[in-house]
Design a protein. Sequence first.
Length: 295
Amino acid sequence: MKFLTLLRPKHWVKNAFLFIPLFFAGEIFNTSKLLDLAVAFCAFSLIASSIYILNDYRDIEADQQHPVKCKRPLASGSISKPAALALFVICIFAGYALGILVGQKFVFVLSTYFVLNLLYCLGLKDISILDILILSTGFVLRVKAGGVAAKLAISEWLVIMVFLLALFMAIAKRRDDILIKMDSGKEMRKAAKGYNLDFLNVMLALVSAVIIVSYLMYTISPETQARFHTYRLYYTTLFVIGGLLRYLQITYVENSTGSPTKILYKDRFIQLTILLWVLSFYVLIYLPTDKTFFE
């Protein structure tokens, strides 16, 4: 169980971004492509877990000072360093073995993700602003990997929206680090020196506004309207705004945004907005409805 915890399987939900291109292409029930994506998902999860292991290995001392991270297997001492390094190597080999089954282009994207996050662990995460940009780029690479695995083209709108959403959550997470620092007097990460509460609050407001405007532009763009055969797609902005406002409420009112993954698993309001957003697109893409109903 402790080795499974070290792999952070709860964070594998992030790799569901690989399936986004297939969903919007209207081929989510294509068994062949789903199988390829399932293998790609496993490969990405193993490589991501190897990064988590390396990150925990390098951050043992810092994690021991954190009120939550101190419970991680390496920080708590429940797993030895040699055992963690052995699991790190196994994850890399297993991840690439599966990646090769998907294809060369997928392996290239997977390698880009691995190298970028390796550099992040080895020092880039200590550079403020660059740290959150790298985290956000990781989600874009997940979407790109999904498109490559399923052999589908990816819209520039999809890349923009995924990057902005990931950036928004990364900023909120950094804000939580600053709050912990203000509470305990202990600095949770070196990059925190480049942030303060006012700066992060401004960034959150700025990025959330850009997300809403960008999404509205996406829904009313001629290309999108032609693809979905309706110009009423902007109605779905309600769910996007609702989800963002709830996340901001958790951030500003409840001061609890340490883990976006934890919020996704636990917050019913955000889960509902995501479900309704997905259902609205599912109806438009997959159900044989009369599109004039949406006009």
